[in-house]
Design a binder for this molecule. Structure first.
Ligand code: 1GP
Length: 230
């Protein structure tokens, strides 16, 4: 059966380029989050990915690789998220690297474990924004990207990526109104329970990243904060 994130409220995203203690990673895995995503922008290496995979695998939580480069793809994850950056000015991030991946891995890709994310990167200071040469969209642009994600590309997920910065809850609401079948993931700057809940009001799923590294206890509390909203 093709994999679905329909009932996922909360994800933690751990970065293979950052150090995390066993104690903190164990706490993340046992927190009640719906899945742990391994993903980053710079310095993502196969060694770093394999290290996190083997440590997360000691727990039952689903483990996802958000693919950032071809070199660090490895079997063994439960699911693979494939970003396509809709507001990049370079075709590469929407087409060419995926094309190269198909040429190399076509026979080993399990499409039931693969999910394409229509990404819209919305923080000009984020490393991913610069790397993908993204263009800052205004509200109307973002709403149109979301609509395209669902109606033209039929992406299962539209990801509003503010990485490192807290976004605009009103815009998240507007974007959600564009979507019926495509799920909305929000990530960026969630640093307390209030912000977790505020974004979860409209996003289907929220992602907590940096807070794991800056305040693990606060990060862990965001799981319960959004789960209690159900
Ligand atoms: C990053 O969307 C995630 O890809 C989470 O963002 O690191 O700001 O929490 P933060």
């Amino acid at each position: 059966m093709r994999y679905s994130i329909d009932n996922w409220d909360h994800l933690f995203k751990v970065d293979p380029a950052k150090e995390i203690s066993d104690e903190d990673l164990d706490a993340i895995c046992e927190s009640g989050t719906d899945a742990v995503v391994v993903g980053g922008t710079d310095d993502v290496t196969l060694d770093g990915v394999l290290d996190l995979l083997s440590r997360i695998r000691q727990h039952t939580v689903p483990c996802i690789l958000e693919v950032s480069n071809l070199e660090s793809i490895t079997p063994g994850f439960d699911f693979y998220f494939i970003p396509m950056v809709m507001n990049s000015t370079e075709k590469k991030w929407m087409m060419d690297i995926h094309h190269a991946a198909i040429k190399e891995y076509r026979d080993s890709i399990d499409w039931d474990k693969t999910l394409v994310e229509g990404y819209c990167i919305m923080n000009e200071d984020a490393k991913a924004f610069k790397k993908t040469k993204s263009e800052m969209p205004d509200s109307e642009d973002v709403a149109a990207y979301a609509y395209m994600a669902e109606h033209i590309y039929h992406f299962p997920v539209f990801y509003m990526e503010y990485s490192g910065e807290y976004g605009d809850p009103e815009l998240v609401k507007t974007v959600k109104e564009q979507l019926t079948d495509t799920k909305l993931i929000y990530g960026g700057g969630i640093e307390n329970n209030f912000k977790a809940r505020e974004m979860k009001e409209n996003a289907d799923t929220i992602v907590v990243g940096n807070l794991i590294y800056s305040d693990i206890n606060k990060a862990l509390k965001t799981v319960k904060a959004v789960k209690e909203m159900e």
